[in-house]
Design a protein. Structure first.
Length: 555
């Protein structure tokens, strides 16, 4: 290019300064000299512009090559180590988006976003939705110093006394019942983040008595099955999920990674935890990234005791054998599928997360019981309720203190059924039972090792009345009441989760251990009977966790 310009300049100069044929060249005039100098300056300026243009083209070529290489990397399969548990993260999530399209103002492709995460090797994409399998496979050994007869789960309110046959036997059982299977579906629908979630396990029961001898056929049961939709300020969840009353670790999301139900192996979790997995609908507002509030309507239960080993109040004689009255109460015989409820339980909650190191929440619950006396044709209605307070604080890096507390009148159903909601007086009217519970402790993370220690306590108030004869006591906790009517139930437990290895392509293998000491005290004991029941329990669990992470969060 430079040689062509020189030849062009020489030709112009020769034209402007011709030489006579056969004679020496005539001296150039002043005007010709000035024209030649101007032409040279113009040529120098053009040469400089050409050099600048060439440098610009070379720089753009380098940028284009880098953009093409980045596009090739995005097309290649990617894997990364999953954050086990975050597969069930709390907020609605959508799949990773496409790279930005070039425009006239930005002729170069934008680099890949740092927040974009690789897809799971088990993810399935159907249209704009991403399906991610969730779950794990467990094999659990459970040892107890008494024969509680409950396999790997603990019914805290029915630990055998040592003056019974069951209290003088130990038990040791292997089980795969806690293995869990499920999936989550993430999609973006008209600007809203939509999350569908399902999970189930095999703790539901036995398919038949004979199968326990040979094939150990355990029934698959529903745990959670819901859809969660969030757009901007509002979030709506409908289906069966963890009750909104259950404490959160952060925010107010329904997924396991954001919920606090301890880290124990025991599938009934820890004594004193207030929880449920209940059908309902909830509405949540998000004024900011650190504050959330919500109201939920969840399926109610006119709970009268008998679940999870909880004691049952003594009925008045007139109603003890009255089938028309008994179908109104949820006890060990009837359940909330057959009992008529007045309205859903109303639950409210407020959470604040000023940082990842601190979570605070307040909650409230209202429920109502309504009974009909078929003898006097009278209706009776009582409203009850309760409140919760939870604090989850990282005192130092990777070391947390957690305390979750619940006090109520008529809400014992949420303490794993340890306390009845009410008793029945002689006239058929309900009277609410007061109860309270706490779970407090510490959790730590030391590399791949996660130890914990918790204390769980339950207190059940006395509520008594007299039968129609005016002398026979009835209700809960009266003198002469059965020793199944507990005053306190307590547990101290310690354990760990050790992740042996973790890989984004192959999943994770974890080894878990837990020791628990449990005891309960009744309101009344007969002469010579033990004043409390005690139990030592040990669990060992080997777990394989499915690989994969959910798609990147997008708001």
């Amino acid at each position: 290019m430079n040689s062509r310009l020189r030849r062009f300049a020489l030709a112009i100069a020769c034209t402007l300064v011709p030489a006579a044929k056969g004679q020496d060249s005539a001296p150039a005039t002043n005007s010709q000299t000035m024209e030649i100098q101007q032409l040279r300056k113009q040529l120098e300026q053009q040469q400089k512009q050409i050099e600048e243009l060439r440098a610009t083209l070379e720089a753009q070529q380098v940028v284009l090559e880098k953009a093409a290489a980045a596009a090739e990397r995005l097309a290649e399969p990617e894997h990364k180590a999953p954050n086990i548990g975050e597969v069930a993260s709390t907020t609605p999530i959508i799949p990773r988006g496409l790279a930005p399209v070039a425009t006239a103002a930005t002729p170069v492709l934008a680099p890949p976003q740092a927040a974009a995460e690789p897809s799971s090797p088990l993810q399935v994409h159907i249209g704009d939705a991403t399906i991610t399998p969730v779950g794990f496979m467990d094999i659990t050994n459970t040892f107890r110093s008494t024969n509680a007869g409950t396999s790997l789960q603990t019914n805290f309110g029915s630990i055998p006394y040592n003056n019974t046959v069951q209290g003088r036997l130990t038990e040791d059982k292997w089980s795969a019942e806690n293995s869990r299977l499920g999936l989550r579906v993430d999609a973006k629908v008209k600007g809203a983040n939509v999350l569908g979630y399902f999970e189930g396990d095999f703790v539901g029961g036995v398919a038949g008595n004979n199968t326990q001898v040979s094939s150990n056929s355990m029934l698959f049961r529903i745990r959670q099955y819901y859809v969660d939709v969030r757009r901007g300020f509002w979030e709506v969840l409908a289906g069966q999920a963890w009750s909104m009353l259950l404490p959160n670790r952060r925010g107010m999301g329904p997924l396991p990674a954001d919920l606090f139900y301890t880290q124990v192996v025991d599938v009934n979790y820890t004594n004193g935890l207030f929880w449920g997995r209940i059908p309902g609908i909830r509405f949540i507002g998000h004024p900011s990234k650190t504050v959330a509030f919500g109201v939920a309507l969840e399926n109610s239960s006119q709970y009268f005791g008998g679940s999870g080993g909880g004691g049952i109040p003594t009925l008045p004689t007139a109603f003890a054998s009255n089938s028309g009255f008994n179908t109104q109460i949820d006890n060990s015989v009837n359940n909330d599928r057959t009992v008529a409820n007045v309205h859903p339980d109303i639950i409210a909650k407020f959470t604040v997360d000023p940082s990842s190191r601190f979570h605070f929440e307040l909650g409230g619950m209202e429920d109502t019981v309504r009974l009909f006396n078929p003898v006097t044709n009278q209706h009776f209605t009582r409203a009850g309720g309760g409140g919760t307070l939870t604090v989850n604080a990282e005192l130092v890096k990777n070391f947390r203190f957690i305390t979750a507390n619940y006090m109520n009148d008529g809400g014992g159903r949420y303490i794993f059924g340890a306390a009845p909601n009410f008793i029945v007086r002689a006239d058929g009217s309900p009277s609410l039972v007061r109860s309270a519970s706490t779970v407090s402790g510490f959790e730590a993370t030391i590399g791949n090792f996660a130890p914990y220690i918790y204390y769980g306590g339950v207190y059940i108030g006395r509520n008594t009345a007299l039968d129609a004869n005016g002398t026979t006591p009835i209700g809960y906790g009266y003198a002469g009441s059965p020793n199944s009517q507990n005053r306190t139930i307590q547990e101290g437990t310690i354990g760990w989760t050790h992740t042996l290895w973790r890989d984004g392509k192959y999943g994770a293998l974890q080894w878990m251990g837990q020791y628990a000491y449990l005891f309960r005290n009744p309101w009344f004991k007969t002469a010579g009977a033990p004043k409390s029941a005690h139990e030592n329990a040990i669990w060992f669990n080997l777990r394989y966790v499915l690989p994969g992470t959910a798609p990147t969060i997008q708001y």
